[in-house]
Each structure stands twice: as structure tokens, then as C-alpha cells.
Design a protein around this ligand. Structure first.
Ligand code: ADP
Ligand code: MG
Length: 333
């Protein structure tokens, strides 16, 4: 188990980690989710002993990462955002070097390297120079390095960044395989990835933990408010007018769907079902509804709601647009 207590990290006057508290229990795949700059790498670097904290502590199976680094590090493997690979080494040579750095006994090394290579399926390339491998294979070598010593927990910082869609699928599948024997913590700024791979999510925004739960519970958390989506020829002002006196509406968001129609998302107050009322209001006004459908809150909505105060460079008309772009990064999986 890993305990992070009251963690604070300042870079000069910039507060990158703002009193983080969380626990990592054995046997799960944890997703550390947050926009770029949220503090994911900083937290992981502190958890793994690569960076000192300004305040707070990290206990790895009871061992303080700063006070007993050697003992604590035996329990974790780490693949940083920039994998520490030596391009002029051959794969097996590099893994031998990494095993030595980890203090793994010479007689156990051979066996462990063979097993790690097998786990991430790089036996075929073990005699090749790392510089000649594809990015996907290099990332696998990085994973093998993290696995050496078979620590209980493996920490992976944005393990699929920069990979093509096929490589992403392969790395995710390898990570799921590793999870059979190890607790995994992986960071990502891509919601789709975390939802697909992880069974517990920690959402971090501006160095703070803003939510931590299973994907299902996070969806439920803000999902109590169902919503109704409509599309009509009426402009936003007319939509608002028609719905003005309909009871049970919490909020209305409108946007131009195309040149001639407007779509609106109508959030219901808790426990209300407004579909029929919305239909009747538009029918009464003589304005046809082209679409009317109820949708639940998605994890995208939760994430946008929790992290929306983070820097968002481009002006956005709505949350969905943003996420369509973000998921393209992940290879549209
Ligand atoms: P993430 O991994 O979630 O993208 P980081 O942990 O890399 O976020 O960064 C968190 C914040 O700390 C950002 O605002 C970043 O600019 C800042 N930061 C990270 N590393 C340094 C550093 N070495 N010096 C100064 N600021 C840093
Ligand atoms: Mg990072």
C-alpha cells in the first residue's frame, strides 16, 4: 500500500502540488487523470523518490520514500514520462544494467530479465540496439525495466503518449497483463484511456485531488442530474422563452447545431423527468422538435466540471468539442 500524506510541492513560488492526500491499495489499476500541468508527473516523481517534496510524506508499504529510499524503492517500479533508455545499448544489455542499478542479485538477474522480456513481449528484439527500435518497442523496454525486481506496485507516467493507435492498443493490453501480478498506477490526460484501462480514478487539477472513485461512481456522482437534449429550428432566445415556465429545469445550454438549427441541453432538477413537459411546451408553441432524447451525465461531463478552471487555451463552445479533440490524441480508440 502507498500512502501520500499532505503532499506539497513548490517550484519557486509556484504551487504545483497543493496538499495531496490519497492511498493506493493493492491489486487495482489506478488512473491518475488530469490536464497537462495538473501535477501528475511531479507527484509521481515525488512518490518514486526522484524529487523531494516541499511538505508532506510518502509511505511505500510503511517505508518513507525519503528516509528509507532503498527499502521503499524495492516495492515500486517506475516508468517516467521520459524513459531513461540508453540508445547505444542493446535491449538485454540495458535491462541487465537496470537490474544491477536496482540491486538485483547477479544469479537472479538472468532469470528476471528473461521473465520481464516475456511479460512485455520483447524476447525477439533482445539483441537489438535500442536506437533501432520503434517507439512502441522502446516503451516496452521501459516497461520491462519498471517490472524488474517484480515490485508490488508499478508506476507509469503517461505510458502511451506519442505512440500510434496500434502501439497504444498493444501497450494498454500489456498493462492489463501486468495488473494480474502488480498494482498499477498510470497517469494520463486522456479520459478515454483511463476509463478503458483503470478500475479506480484519481482526478487531479491544479495540484489538488478533486475526485477519487471508481469510474461508475464518478459518473453517478454528478449523474444524478439527467439531461435532455433537443434540436429545433428555433433560435436560442425562443427556446428559452418556450421553456421559461416549464417546471423541473435546472439549466439550459444552447448552441448552434448547424446553419439552421439549434441544439440545447436541458439539465433536470434532481428526481424530475421533464421529457414530456418539454415535448408539450414545444408542441404548444407550434415549434417542432427535430430531436428529443434523454442522456445521463458521462465521465466527460464530470471531468470537465471538475477541471474546467484549469487553463483551456482555445475558446470552447461546449465540453464535447474539447473531448472529441482530446480523444483523437489517443488514436480515436
Ligand atoms: P503534469 O504531469 O500533470 O502535466 P507536471 O507535474 O509536469 O504536470 O507540472 C505541474 C506544474 O508544475 C506545471 O504548472 C508545470 O509547469 C510546473 N513544473 C513542473 N516541473 C517544473 C520545474 N522543474 N520547474 C518549475 N515548474 C515546474
Ligand atoms: Mg506529466
Amino acid at each position: 500500500m502507498i500512502e501520500v500524506r499532505n503532499l506539497v510541492k513548490k517550484y519557486g513560488t509556484h504551487l504545483a502540488i497543493d496538499h495531496l492526500d490519497f492511498k493506493i491499495e493493492s491489486g487495482r489499476i489506478y488512473g491518475f487523470l488530469g490536464p497537462n500541468g495538473a501535477g501528475k508527473s511531479t507527484t509521481m516523481n515525488i512518490m518514486t523518490g526522484y524529487l523531494g517534496a516541499t511538505e508532506g510524506e510518502v509511505l511505500i508499504d510503511g517505508h518513507d520514500i525519503l528516509k528509507e529510499p532503498e527499502e521503499a524503492k524495492k516495492h515500486i517500479g517506475y516508468l517516467p514520462e521520459q524513459p531513461p533508455l540508453y540508445m547505444d545499448m542493446k535491449v538485454r544489455e540495458y535491462l541487465d544494467f537496470a537490474a544491477e542499478l536496482k540491486g538485483i542479485d547477479r544469479q537472479k538477474r538472468e532469470e528476471q530479465i528473461t521473465e520481464a522480456e516475456k511479460m512485455v513481449r520483447i524476447e525477439d528484439v533482445e539483441h537489438r540496439l535500442i536506437r533501432n527500435l520503434s517507439k512502441g518497442y522502446r516503451q516496452r523496454v521501459g516497461l520491462a525495466q519498471a517490472v524488474l525486481g517484480f515490485p508490488e506496485t508499478i508506476i507509469l507516467d503517461e505510458p502511451t503518449v506519442g505512440l500510434d493507435p496500434k502501439q497504444i492498443i498493444e501497450i494498454r493490453s500489456l498493462i492489463r497483463g501486468l495488473a494480474k501480478r502488480h498494482t498499477i498506477i498510470l497517469s494520463s490526460h486522456i479520459l478515454a484511456e483511463v476509463r478503458e484501462v483503470c478500475d479506480y480514478i484519481l482526478i487531479i487539477s491544479r495540484g489538488r485531488l478533486v475526485a477519487s472513485d471508481t469510474p461508475e461512481n464518478l459518473e453517478r456522482m454528478l449523474g444524478e442530474h439527467e439531461q435532455v437534449e433537443i434540436e429545433t429550428y428555433a433560435p436560442p432566445s425562443e427556446i428559452r422563452l418556450i421553456l421559461k415556465n416549464v417546471p423541473g429545469i435546472e439549466k439550459i445550454e444552447t448552441r448552434a447545431a448547424n446553419d439552421s438549427t439549434t441544439s440545447a441541453v436541458i439539465k433536470e432538477k434532481q428526481g424530475e423527468d421533464i421529457r414530456e413537459r418539454v415535448f408539450r411546451a414545444f408542441a404548444g408553441a407550434g415549434v417542432p422538435l427535430l430531436t428529443l432524447r434523454a442522456t445521463g451525465t458521462t465521465l466527460e461531463d464530470v471531468f470537465m466540471e471538475l477541471t474546467q478552471k484549469d487553463s483551456v487555451p482555445e475558446p470552447l463552445t461546449d465540453g464535447n468539442t474539447k473531448w472529441e479533440e482530446a480523444e483523437d490524441d489517443a488514436g480515436s480508440l
